[in-house]
Design a protein around this ligand. Sequence first.
Ligand code: PA5
Length: 415
Amino acid sequence: MVKVDISGALGFIDENEVRAIDTSVHLQKLETMYENGWMKVPAVFNAELSDKVKCLAEKITKQSQVLVVLGIGGSYLGARAAIEYIKSPNYNMLPKKTPDILFAGNNVSGEYLEQIIALIGDRDFSVNVVSKSGSTIETAISLRFFKELLLKKYGQQGLKERLFVTSDIGSPLIQMAQREGYAYLEMPPEVGGRYSVLTVVGLLPCCVAGIDIDELMRGAKEEFDNGIQEACLYAAARQALYKKGKKIEMLACFEPAFRSTGEWWKQLFGESEGKEGIGIFPSYADYSADLHSMGQLIQEGERTLFETFVSLKSSRSSLNVPSGSIHSDKIATIEGFDMHKINCSAFDAVKKAHIDGGVPALELCLPSLSAASFGALAYFFMRSCAVSSLISGVNPFGQPGVEAYKKNLFAILGL
Ligand code: PA5
C-alpha cells in the first residue's frame, strides 16, 4: 500500500485547499468512461489468465536466452520499469536462470537496432511484439527486422514458435498472428496503452524475467481495494500546487532501480494531463546522482517546481561501510554505518534542504522494492493520474497531440 504525506507542502498550500477538492465527483465520472477498463484489471485477474501468461513465459524461457520486446510508449515502459524495480536495473548483466530482456521498436534508429542484434549474437531468442493499435510505425519497422532474423535463423516453423504477439482484439497484429500462426495475447480494448502495465502487456515480459506475477497483482489488488483515499489525496495535492504556480513536478527516488519507473510515470502523467494548453510538466530525478547535476537548479532556480519523493522503509541490502578510510575529515568516521541508514539520511537531508529552499514536497511511502509494491504503486499512480486529470478538466485518456508528428513523418517519407 502507498501512503501519502503532504506535510512537506503545507508551507506552500493550505490543507483545506487540498481537502476542498471534491475527488468523489471525478471518481464517479471515471466509472462512466469507456477507457476505464484498467480500473478493474486487478479485480478480474485470475488463475486462468495467470496460467496463460506463465505457459507462454515458460515456452519462451525454455527456448531462448534472450527475449526481445518490441514496443513503444505504454507498450514497453511498464515492463521495463517493473523488471528494473523488482529485479535490478542491471538485470541483464547479473547471473540468472531467466533470459535477458532487450527492448527495441521504441525509436527509429538503425544504429540502435544493429546494436540490439549484436547483443543477441549467436544466442537463441524469441520476440514479443507489443502494440495496442498494431500500427505504430516504430514497432512496425522493428517487427520487419526481427521477423526476417527469426526466419533466417529458425525457418518458417521456428518463426511460428518464437514470435509472440500482444495486441488489441482485431488489430492488424492479431490478424497477422491468426493468419501466420503465432501465439498471441489479447489486450482488453477498454485499457489504454499507458494504463496497461498490469495486463498481459507488462505481465508476459515480467514473467519471463522470473517475476512472481501473482504477487505483483496481489499488490495491485490490495491498492485497488484500499487505496482510493491516498490516490485522491496525491491527485488533489498536485492540483492545489499547480494552482499556486508550481508547474513542474519532479518525482525523485534514492534507488537507481526506480529510474525506469520514473520514465513510465512521466509518460502516464504527461500524456494524460498535458492537453488543451495546461498540464503539470513531469520530470524525474535519480538521487543522489542527480543532486550533482540538477541539485543546484532545484535548490535555487525558478520557484515553479514541486517534488514528489518516493521513500522506501526497508532495503534488500544489508551492506555496511567497511574500514580503510583514506580521509582524515568527517568521512573518516563513517566506518560501520549501514548503507540503508545513509540513504535514508540523505533522503531526509535533501527533502529538508529543498523545502527550505522553496520547493514543496509530497512523499509517497512504500515498504520496499518488491513485486507487490510495484503492483500497488502502478495502480496508485494510474488511479491518481486519472483523478488528477479530471480535476484539471482534461480527459485522461487519448493522446490526440501525438498524431501531429506522425502526420508530418508520413508526409515527409511520402507514405
Ligand atoms: O498511452 C498510449 O496509448 C500510447 O502512449 C501508446 O502506448 C503508444 O503510442 C504505443 O501505441 P501502440 O501500443 O498502439 O503501438
